[in-house]
Design a protein around this ligand. Structure first.
Ligand SMILES: C[S@@+](CC[C@H](N)C(=O)[O-])C[C@H]1O[C@@H](n2cnc3c(N)ncnc32)[C@H](O)[C@@H]1O
Length: 289
């Protein structure tokens, strides 16, 4: 490094490992702000994810980082970035594909014609980088092609600002779109003019059907325009404890129409939870009328 720069720049901070006490501070804080459980088995993962923030901020120890995070300034300037690194955002187009077949064959045809024509509202809750809401948009647009007058809109929310940015852009690597059927790729995706870049973009008509917003499920009330006919909340509640799951699912129910549908991830279950829902298919539930 140039001598003058050496004088101006502070030496790079070297961070030491996370102690058990620090881990417990972070895990309690994370669980209370975004519901995500951090059992001891996640210590190494949390340490390496938070390390990125320490490095970025030039902070040397986890204790210093924690003190900053919970300070007035940290809650204002750092909380969102901390949440961005601790969320797990794995997703795919047509993930758990049976849900989209069930939607087309059993859910949509049963919705009263008048409601279909007024427009049905769908919420992808915990939408990550957009693959789930765009899969929904393709499925609903296909249904609309065969059912004249069918209209829909999709709200897609997530707590993580980084994934929301890429969801909004709607640009994906070619390998990401492998699960999309060929016909739908042709209809709804645009190739980059520069063929050496192996990327595609969701077409504007489909993008215009999805509104992306940041929303934290731990918020007391959800500022969303409800009620919805269908809510997809898949592979999200698995990270929460049973009590938080029950509170959240009851909140979803308040935003669902009577008889509305809730889709959960394949490893998520309502067993033992006190919620006004009945199971109608594997991990698909209906709100009691
Ligand atoms: C594993 S991804 C699932 C994405 C998609 N639903 C799917 O099944 O492919 C879980 C998403 O939930 C989001 N999430 C976690 N905690 C949340 C919270 N408290 N509020 C809102 N979203 C949250 C994460 O940011 C992440 O993008």
């Amino acid at each position: 490094m140039h001598e003058t720069l050496k004088k101006i720049m502070p030496p790079p901070a070297k961070s030491s490992g996370m102690t058990n006490r620090e881990f417990s501070l972070f895990s309690q804080f994370i669980e209370s702000t975004c519901g995500i459980r951090m059992p001891d088995s996640k210590k190494l993962m949390l340490e390496s994810r938070l390390q990125k923030r320490l490095k970025h901020l030039g902070i040397g120890t986890f204790q210093e980082y924690y003190d900053y995070l919970v300070s007035k300034q940290g809650l204002r300037d750092e909380l969102v970035s901390m949440i961005d690194v601790v969320t797990t955002n794995k997703t795919d187009f047509f993930r758990e594909a049976a849900h989209f077949t069930y939607l087309t064959e059993s859910v949509l045809p049963r919705i009263p014609k008048i409601e279909q024509q007024n427009g049905i509202k769908v919420w992808s809750a915990g939408c990550s980088s957009g693959e789930e809401p765009y899969t929904l948009a393709m499925t609903l647009s296909e249904f609309a092609r065969n059912n004249l007058g069918f209209r829909y809109s999709i709200l897609a929310t997530d707590i993580c600002t980084e994934v929301l940015k890429s969801a909004h852009r709607g640009i994906y690597d070619e390998e990401k779109i492998a699960p999309i059927p060929q016909l739908l790729k042709k209809r709804y995706l645009l190739r980059s003019k520069d063929r050496s870049r192996c990327i595609v973009r969701v077409c504007p008509e489909l993008r215009s059907k999805v509104t992306f917003r940041r929303l934290n499920f731990m918020d007391e009330t959800f500022d969303v325009e409800s009620p919805f006919r269908i809510i997809f909340c898949r592979n999200v509640i698995i990270y929460f404890d049973r009590e938080t799951q029950e509170v959240l699912l009851n909140k979803f129910c308040r935003h669902l129409l009577p008889g509305g549908y809730l889709f959960l991830g394949h490893s998520e279950t309502l067993n033992g939870l006190n919620v006004p829902l009945v199971q109608v298919n594997s991990t698909v539930y209906r709100k009691l009328a």
